[in-house]
Design a protein around this ligand. Structure first.
Ligand code: UD1
Length: 401
């Protein structure tokens, strides 16, 4: 019997961890010897940012909640490391599995490796090259001490190879966040604001903003809101406001009546809104992948991305953080001049087995080498990018006794 710690801390972690838990549970039912302990760091703690995701995605209650709460980058990192180290000192696991690029990802990886617990990183290897983003530092630090990489793109594989990671430590598995999206598509549900704002399919925009570069400076945030209002030509704009942004919006004198600020939405309601929107304006990374899979135009208010496939063959365009660039881009979108995603649309994507299932099956097979995945991943299955021969079998050392 071996045990994995699954780490989840902030909103974008929960949809990535859900399919991994499903696969581990299924493997356990089949008699597999792998067990997990779900550890919530408490980086996000509100019902809107955390609890509702657990309920909607059927994620079991965490076995342990570190309850670290808010703080500066250093405070959060330190609090998570101290709390997780205590957990490990009491009862060590055989593997620490982290997902994504949030503070919890990096902090738990460091605490684990320092106690000799190997680390697996789901979504390892992606890079924006933007050192002003805390997430980029989290990615680079985490990957520098990761033992096994479960990757979402060939670009990620290349960046790992360039950093000297050998192929036997990289397993190109696709995107567990997209596993969740495809699984939940039939359950997406209309939020209450649909009626109260009289929304109609294809006739409104969705906005999300939370990056410090966009929301922490009053001037930048005001200019962005004005640009959104100008460019969306009177169509309703639904803006589920992240807590970081909410704090800054409160002090702002913004006169943009068609922007409808609402509380953060749960997963099923948010993705319903995205799926039926004319377009999405965002500074999130994960949403650019979801809009690509849903075939919805996405305008990203950042100068770079760690997910280049969403641009090269997806629906995403980097607009940058200069607010004046947004209205001209929206003019092109309104004129129907937006690119289409060049890979199977949602519903026909052939993704059936993501990293979680490959991984748990490899555990079940235990000493045997895991087989090559039988189907391709949705976001990984982009023409000219993912070739079957690139799906190398992985060697899961941690599975061996
Ligand atoms: C974090 C992640 C970011 C991710 C985002 C999604 C890092 C470095 N950043 O940024 O990658 O895209 O989450 O949401 O890990 N707050 C609440 N309630 C909560 C959680 C936070 O009110 O449940 C408040 C905090 O007090 C803080 C602010 O929101 O003032 C920001 O939260 P924080 O976790 O520091 O970073 P995010 O900006 O959310």
């Amino acid at each position: 019997m071996k045990r994995i710690d699954l780490i989840a801390g902030a909103r974008p972690n929960f949809m990535k961890i859900a399919p991994i838990i499903d696969a581990l549970k299924a493997a356990e039912k089949r008699g597999g010897a792998l067990r997990y302990r779900l550890i919530h760091t408490g980086q996000h703690y509100d019902r809107a940012m955390s609890g509702s995701f657990f309920e909607e995605l059927g994620i079991p209650d965490p076995d342990i909640n570190l309850e670290v709460g808010s703080g500066t980058q250093a405070e959060q990192t330190a609090a998570i490391m101290v709390a997780y180290e205590k957990v490990l000192l009491k009862e060590k696991s055989d593997l620490c599995l982290v997902v994504g690029d949030v503070t919890s990802t990096m902090a738990c990886s460091i605490a684990a490796r320092k106690l000799g617990v190997p680390v697996a990183h789901v979504e390892g290897g992606i890079r924006s090259g933007d050192w002003t983003m805390p997430e980029e530092i989290n990615r680079v630090v985490t990957d520098s001490i990761t033992n096994w990489f479960f990757t979402t793109s060939e670009t990620a594989n290349d960046s790992l190879r360039r950093a000297g990671v050998t192929d036997d430590r990289i397993c190109f598995v696709g995107n567990t966040m997209i596993d969740t999206l495809l699984k939940q598509l039939p359950r997406l549900r209309q939020p209450t604001c649909w009626e109260s704002l009289a929304l109609e399919t294809g006739k409104y925009f969705v906005v999300t903003l939370h990056r410090p570069a966009n929301v922490d400076g009053e001037h930048q945030l005001l200019q962005l809101l004005d640009a959104i209002a100008e460019g969306t030509c009177g169509l309703p704009v639904v803006f589920p406001v992240h807590p970081r942004t909410a704090k800054n919006l409160r002090d702002l004198d913004s006169k943009t009546p068609q922007l409808n600020y609402i509380d953060p939405l749960g997963y099923l309601e948010f993705n319903y809104l995205v799926r039926h929107a004319k377009g999405v304006i965002t500074d999130s990374g994960g949403i650019t992948e979801e809009t690509t899979v849903l075939g919805v135009p996405c305008l990203t208010l950042r100068d770079n991305t760690e997910r280049p496939e969403t641009i090269t063959i997806g629906t995403n365009k980097l607009i940058g953080t200069d607010p004046s660039k947004l209205p001209p881009a929206l003019v092109r979108l309104m004129a129907g001049q937006w690119k289409k995603a060049r890979f199977p649309p949602s519903g026909t994507a052939r993704r059936q087995r993501g990293s979680s299932s490959i991984w748990s099956e490899s555990w079940k097979d235990n000493e045997q080498e895991p087989s090559t995945p039988k189907t391709e991943s949705a976001i990984g299955n982009m023409p000219g990018r993912m070739k079957r021969e690139n799906l190398r079998p992985c060697h899961y050392d941690f599975c061996e006794s």
